[in-house]
Design a protein around this ligand. Sequence first.
Ligand code: UDP
Ligand code: MG
Length: 324
Amino acid sequence: MKKNTLTDIAQTEIALVVPVFNEEQTIKLFVEHVHQVLADVKWQWNILFVDDGSSDQTLTILKQVVDSDPRVGYIALSRNFGKEIALSAGLLNARGDAAVPIDVDLQDPPELIVDFVYHWREAQVDMVYGVRTGRPDDTVAKRRSASWFYRLFNRITDTPIPENAGDFRLIDRRMIEALRQLPERNRFMKGLYAWVGYTSLSVPYSRPARIAGESKFNYWRLWNFALDGVFSFSTLPLRIWSYIGALIAGISFFYILVIIAQVVFFGRDAPGYASLMSAILFFGGMQLLSIGILGEYVGRLFIESKQRPLYFVIDTSDDYVDVR
Ligand code: UDP
Ligand code: MG
């Protein structure tokens, strides 16, 4: 049995979903480049920009592009909600048989979309994702910390995510509909893709440098992004304290036996403030740490329990209404 019913290639439509935040320098370059690359493909395509509350000329430029190019549309969010939410808004509103989330700075080479579509149709999978073989633009520290993150994440969750895969991928309609059913506010997209499951295939590519403008992700933002990923997809950090507690209690019990034996059999006084002090400090630290981790989860529960909408839309091009 065929897993997904594919339409005729000429009827197949792919939506490029492009979150943009203060990208006045890159939008036109991106659209031009995509037109060059996709000029001869047999399938249909469109571009949906999601303006993530930009404060520069991004929206003005989007309007210009939309006026001169019938393939392009946009949705503008009411403020900066962050890339994950902007992506969700785009995926929920994308039109076509599959969507391709792609960065506007040409770090996700549009050339690869042709391969994505080819593999998608050949292998009949629900998702084709790009895996970075090289990221010469990134610093050693960024690459190293990314690799640590993936290793830790995959060790402590039930739904591992492929290492070195970004948001750049092709997702078919069936999977988009599945993603639509995940209502959480905390949207660590890579984790969500993995969580919904379905079938997938990877395509390697080398990630080039940004074509213009600057990266929006500094280390603090990346750190928080990593925390979101871990705490949204694993309860191990919560549960591990019972084991650590049991281990320490066990060790302490034996230590107490040793002290009693020393006093009873050798008449030696239990020495020391130093050992007492270090035990107190150690336990104090452990308790603060475990309370902090509890706090990470309680904080997220708090946000989710408010059940607020994911985002608000302030403006769209004529051919889009927010369908969420
Ligand atoms: N982006 C966004 N909202 C944000 C930050 C970034 O929509 O709050 C978009 C940005 O415009 C770009 C993509 O996400 O299209 C990737 O951002 P960036 O190139 O800054 O990230 P990096 O490639 O450095 O990881
Ligand atoms: Mg980039």
